[in-house]
Design a protein around this ligand. Sequence first.
Ligand code: CP
Ligand code: NVA
Length: 336
Amino acid sequence: MQKDLLTLMELDSKDVAEILSIAETMKGRSGRGGKSSSKSKGEHRYRLNMERLKDKVFVMIFQKPSTRTRVSFDVAIRELGGYAITLNASDIQLSRGESIEDTARTLSRYADAIGARVYAHNDVERLARAADVPVINMLSDLYHPCQILGDLLTIKEVKGKLAGLTVAWVGDGNNVCNSLIIGSTLTGMIMKVACPKDYEPLQDAVNFAREHNGYVEIMEDPKDAVRDADVVYTDSFVSMGKEAEREERLRVFLPRYQVNDDLIAMAKSDAIFMHCLPAKRGEEVTDSVIDGPYSVVWQQAENRLHAQKALLYMMLTSAETRRGRGMKRVSRTRSG
Ligand code: CP
Ligand code: NVA
């Protein structure tokens, strides 16, 4: 496994399958997930050595607000035996001009992994380049990889599989959409994105799909995307950092891109509705859909926790293994 997780492109299909299996094992042991119906076989075949995560420190830096990501990562590392330190970017020396690189070098001396939620994706890339420890993108303007790990777990639980399913994305081709294109590619799902012109997903994500045998189709009409879909997914039309464009965006997206009863009725009869949350009810989705029988949004929110526990387990144990190999190389060089 690669050192950092910034987009989801760092993972291959095998990594994703392993994270999902570990997440199922973790969830099976957690006693959570009471109300959710699961079709997943949940092999729970992992023997997890939780001692390896004992007292690990996860430092999280937030430039933007967060409810789910912040709390689920905090609970995740605690349940693994470690603990989190949460920093608002405005409270640390970054806000007074200390460089991202110097911040990364300093935090690497205290933490076993660093998470960051940033405005500019380049900030988390700089953090990862300078940090000695794994860096996790907890949302940037371009990608939201941790969200997608929880989403894949949710789809697998509800549908019993991933490969061959069709996911319809309706609305803004944003950070969540970009990582979902990558996640769909890595799991063999077909992705249809319906968005207005100039709000298409990132070309890098589409290229990744094309170069890795993925299937992604971009279209303007939401009906074309949703027709016979297994999953219908939307997100806010106004992502964090885009508030100044709010009026213009609502003019472009509404009413055509709202997921309402008429639109979701075009999907398969057993389709599910997903939303990364927070939702702007009455804008990208109606109350009747988000609170209705198709919706799996609370199961989806819970699964952030289980998927991130699996991710932290994989990243921290891989980092330990990498460090071990590095130490062996040094000692061989010295003795040789
Ligand atoms: N979905 C998600 O990342 O939610 P938060 O912004 O609350 O973390
Ligand atoms: N696209 C949204 C996701 C929030 C979790 C945003 O970036 O604000």
